[in-house]
Design a binder for this molecule. Structure first.
Ligand SMILES: *[C@@H]1O[C@H](CO)[C@@H](O)[C@H](O)[C@H]1NC(C)=O
Ligand SMILES: *[C@@H]1O[C@H](CO)[C@@H](O)[C@H](O)[C@H]1NC(C)=O
Ligand SMILES: *[C@@H]1O[C@H](CO)[C@@H](O)[C@H](O)[C@H]1NC(C)=O
Length: 312
């Protein structure tokens, strides 16, 4: 990915709380209560059942690191075997210019799964620590009707755009083949950033389908307007952060970047806590627990997420 060195700070005008209503419960497999920006709800611990409900998605995000020549046939070994009834539909990417991706149907969950490959910590850090980060509006051809005042990281937007049309076509195929009404988009690290933008893209292009995002080790993707826009959509967003992982605190808020609501923060005790609001500064949530990269631990980025470590 190429990043221009011209400095462009992102507008960070304080917006009023969106006060969005919670999306209606999306079904039994949806484990986490979504609390929106400036929520007054408490930080709550997930039950064992709720934590366990993430396992298929953690494996799907991990499987996205496998090459398309094995995800296309679901022959990637242990990660694929963890979701044994998955029906692959399409896979692509070259792992360098375009991150690997795959689309298929999970008959147990009754959902189309879309997953995007992440990257090594050493490769994503230069991309999100660069203070000369370039942001851009979303391409109106892919994101019809979205305000041009909303800005996202150009590298992430570019990555999402390269697989967008192939992913949309495969999701449509899956909907037709399986009469599916639900899509979950997942990924880890860079793959989570692509997946979040992809979830918005799929929702806007397939508004009759229920779209959900479950990401791991998500970096900040866009500005305050983006975070508020995501919070206002009927797309359930859950981003799971492991312990003192530093990736979720980057790019910095001082550069104008903000997370949407929906953080789940894994504690050192291995408890999973749902953190209400955007970038909740409580010590039990990532922003409070990892005030700077010096308090963080790069080794936490890949997991384990309830025993699942990311990678093919
Ligand atoms: C799959 O692709 C990888 C490179 O991504 C390659 O190393 C491997 O040999 C390929 N496997 C098969 C069975 O084609
Ligand atoms: C963080 O969570 C607490 C609940 O313990 C909540 O009162 C507070 O409003 C949240 N902070 C933000 C910024 O949303
Ligand atoms: C960083 O995390 C790893 C694995 O999660 C752990 O083994 C190590 O002790 C941690 N380092 C520090 C300085 O806490």
């Amino acid at each position: 990915m190429g990043f221009s060195s011209s400095l462009k700070t992102i507008g960070s005008a304080a917006l009023l709380a969106s006060g969005g209503l919670l999306p209606a419960a999306l079904g039994a497999a949806v484990p986490v209560p979504v609390a929106k920006r400036q929520s007054t709800s408490a930080i709550t611990a997930l039950s064992t059942t709720q934590i366990t409900a993430f396992r298929p998605y953690s494996h799907y995000a991990s499987t996205a690191f496998c090459s398309p020549n094995v995800t296309r046939t679901w022959t990637c070994g242990a990660n694929c075997q963890a979701n044994p009834s998955f029906k692959p539909i399409a896979a692509g990417g070259d792992g360098s210019v375009t991150q690997f991706w795959y689309v298929g149907f999970d008959p147990v969950l009754g959902e189309i799964i879309v997953a995007h490959q992440g990257t090594d910590t050493s490769k994503i850090l230069p991309v999100i620590e660069d203070i000369d980060i370039v942001s851009e509006s979303l391409d109106p051809a892919l994101f019809p009707g979205v305000s041009s005042s909303i800005e996202v990281h150009s590298g992430f937007a570019g990555s999402q755009s390269r697989s967008a049309s192939d992913v949309l076509a495969a999701v449509k195929t899956g909907i037709a083949q399986h009469s599916a009404t639900k899509v979950t988009v997942t990924g880890h690290s860079l793959g989570a950033a692509i997946a979040l933008i992809d979830a918005v893209f799929l929702h806007l292009n397939l508004p009759d389908v229920t779209t959900r995002f479950v990401g791991y080790g998500l970096p900040r993707v866009g500005d305050q307007a983006w975070a508020d826009f995501v919070d206002g959509l009927p797309v359930q967003v859950t981003h799971v952060n492991n312990k003192e992982d530093i990736i979720p605190i980057l790019p910095g808020k001082f550069l104008g970047f903000h997370h949407p609501s929906g953080e789940v923060h894994i504690q050192d005790s291995n408890a999973w806590l749902a953190c209400p609001g955007q970038d909740n500064s409580s010590k039990e949530c990532t922003v409070g627990d990892v005030p700077s990269i010096f308090q963080g631990n790069e080794s936490d980025h890949d997991g384990p997420y309830d025993g699942i470590t990311m990678g093919c």
